[in-house]
Design a protein around this ligand. Structure first.
Ligand SMILES: *Cc1c(COP(=O)(O)O)cnc(C)c1O
Length: 416
């Protein structure tokens, strides 16, 4: 026995957990403790029959008719509305499509099109890199637009927003630390200075409360394969506030974003509302998988999920704190769970990657991010307190026995 809190205490917490019933809706292999739902959510059990039916009935038998009869063509919107409701947005404000990267590209252009006299994009130097790479893509075609970064051009993003700022692009939650940004205050400031806001919700949607109307942001993007459990490669989404509908343009003007795709007109006419952010045909099978992921949320509120996620992560912090110093483990995330989503990142000068590998060999799946961050996500839909206890105990044992120093844990794979 190594930890100061007993395993029985964890089992007692599980017995009182009103969300415990949700775990059974996911396929989680015996012996796996999945702390990487912040990278790829696990499979909802309903997805197997749903995809099977989509293949055997809708595709094999329904053929092209299924675009209408099975609702394929409008899944971008029907699933979009479902996500919108999770995020405090309304019908017609959000579409499911493409990837987060592509949606960053489209929404940045959309915002720039609404502020033609302004030439600066403000972003975070610590942003998830694809958002910055896509910004480079924007500035490589719009030569007069430039980018300034928090952490490089000023300490705080607020100092960078001025009368030349067209758009401020931020992550609601930092992917490394899980830290939540005060988006409402930032949006208010950006608007006061005449700029628009694009927010990336990849690490907040489905795990902390998000109210897009209350936050008053202009555009939002996010992926669905993390906390929304949409499956590998499931499509992303893009939101545009109703007040901006019909008032922007974006360069990926494909036929699905057209006002009348099946009139086959020669010239582009922009579709209504968020549909103007669509480009071409979407991945129907992936959208069906996403549908199962979203249906899991039908009988829970994000508020109750948030409370449990925080509580799980508090439990982990408490357990790890009891031995962290002994093994040179530091907390990269703030210990105060009100400051972060349900994620706890640990750090260690040496061996971060190998420690994660050693844990994975024991069935505890987390991930590693450069330069020395060990990330553990605490998705409240399917994790139990006893999983958290076991995970902390495995970490203790890996450290105590120097297990992570074994050669096999020090070979770096392509995906970390
Ligand atoms: C996961 C993630 C992405 C992923 O982008 P894709 O284009 O969907 O691969 C983008 N931004 C953030 C903040 C993420 O966490």
């Amino acid at each position: 026995m190594s930890l100061q809190i007993s395993r029985q205490e964890a089992l007692d917490l599980d017995a009182q957990d009103s969300l415990a019933r949700k775990r059974d809706e996911f396929f989680i292999e015996e012996g796996t403790i999945y702390l990487d739902g912040n990278s790829l959510g696990p499979a909802p059990k309903a997805v197997f029959d749903s995809i099977d039916k989509t293949m055997r009935e809708e595709w094999a038998k329904g053929l092209i008719r299924s675009h209408n009869t099975a609702g394929w063509f409008m899944l971008t919107d029907t699933l979009g509305d479902k996500i919108a409701h999770l995020l405090g947005a309304g019908d017609g404000e959000l579409v499911v499509c493409d990837t987060t990267s592509l949606n960053v590209y489209k929404t940045l252009h959309a915002a720039l099109s609404m502020r033609p006299d302004r030439k600066t994009i403000v972003a975070e130097g610590t942003s998830f890199p694809t958002n910055l790479y896509m910004t480079e893509g924007v500035t490589s075609t719009l030569k007069d637009v430039n980018v300034v970064l928090e952490g490089r051009d000023a300490d705080r993003i607020e100092y960078l927003i001025d009368e030349n700022t067209a758009v401020v692009m931020v992550n609601h939650v930092d992917y490394r630390s899980g830290v939540i940004r005060d988006l409402k205050a930032l949006t208010e400031l950006a608007h006061e200075r005449g700029a628009l806001v694009v927010v990336d919700l990849c690490h907040s949607a489905g795990v902390i409360p998000v109210d897009l109307h209350d936050l008053n942001v202009d555009f939002a993007v996010g992926c669905t394969y993390k906390y929304l459990n949409g499956g590998p490669g499931s499509p992303a989404y893009a939101y545009v506030a109703k007040r901006h509908h019909g008032k922007f343009t974006q360069p990926l003007s494909g036929w699905h974003g057209h006002a009348a795709p099946f009139k086959f007109e020669q010239n582009y006419r922009q579709g209504e509302g968020a549909r103007a952010l669509l480009c071409g045909t979407q991945h129907t099978l992936s959208m069906r998988a996403l549908q199962s992921g979203l249906e899991v949320f039908d009988d829970v509120t994000i508020d109750e999920l948030y409370v449990k996620g925080r509580s799980l992560s508090d439990f982990f912090v408490e357990l790890v704190e009891s031995f962290a110093d002994e093994f040179g483990i530091g907390f990269y995330s703030p210990k105060d769970s009100s400051l972060r989503n349900g994620q706890v990142s640990l750090t260690r000068d040496e061996g971060g990657y190998a420690i994660v590998q050693a844990l994975i060999a024991r069935g505890v799946i987390g991930d590693f991010r450069q330069p020395n961050v060990m990330r553990f996500g605490f998705a409240p839909l399917y994790l139990r307190y006893v999983d958290i206890w076991d995970a902390a105990n495995h970490l203790y044992e890996v450290m105590k026995a120097d297990e992570w120093k074994e050669d096999r844990f020090n070979v770096v794979a392509t995906v970390t």
